[in-house]
Write a protein that binds this ligand. Structure first.
Ligand SMILES: [Ca+2]
Ligand SMILES: [Ca+2]
Ligand SMILES: [Ca+2]
Ligand SMILES: [Ca+2]
Length: 174
């Protein structure tokens, strides 16, 4: 599985074959690895890759890891879900994969991850807070069904650390 960086949302390419290695390939997540600045080779943590749902789960290495400076990226305003691009995930340290980036940093792949967006409608607002309240389990308490997006630090619970992230991510309704 390989996701193109963000220049062409929704378009996927296979890793280039030897005969096609002139293809520019940086700041991408390439299964099997591929040499290039900013590339990573770890489980991208898609929501459901088997069913082509390539939205990102909390903790995905694709979050805040693409290159804002890549050609064409600056002109992208929304992702494939028509949600805002260039959303920062407070739980994800902006990495060295994005040497040319200006925060907030765009995610790898066609979908931007929005921290605290429990109902997946593209914002982090009071509706999401209601979900959070119903999902909160406390440290080590597990993640109830339907609450995966509210375990924002991806450590297997919905606790006050997640709430801290939620507060920073809170945007209100558009
Ligand atoms: Ca981002
Ligand atoms: Ca971040
Ligand atoms: Ca929401
Ligand atoms: Ca957590």
């Amino acid at each position: 599985m390989f996701t193109n960086p963000v220049a062409m949302p929704g378009v996927y390419h296979r890793p280039p074959k030897k005969t096609r290695q002139k293809v520019r390939q940086t700041a991408s997540n390439v299964q099997g690895g591929f040499t290039g600045e900013g590339n990573i080779n770890t489980n991208p943590l898609f929501v459901d890759a088997a069913n082509d749902n390539l939205r990102l789960l909390p903790g995905s290495p694709c979050i805040d890891a693409a290159d804002n400076g890549a050609p064409g990226v600056g002109a992208i305003a929304t992702d494939v879900d028509s949600h805002a691009r260039f959303a920062d995930d407070p739980a994800t340290v902006d990495t060295e994969n994005t040497p040319k980036a200006i925060v907030p940093i765009i995610d790898m792949g066609p979908y931007e991850y929005i921290a605290g967006d429990g109902d997946r409608d593209g914002d982090t607002d009071l509706f999401d807070y209601e979900l959070f309240a119903g999902c909160a389990t406390g440290p080590g308490g597990g993640v109830p069904a339907g609450c995966i997006f509210l375990d924002m630090d991806a450590d297997g619970d919905v606790d006050l650390i997640d709430f801290a992230v939620f507060q920073i991510a809170f945007t209100g309704s558009p």
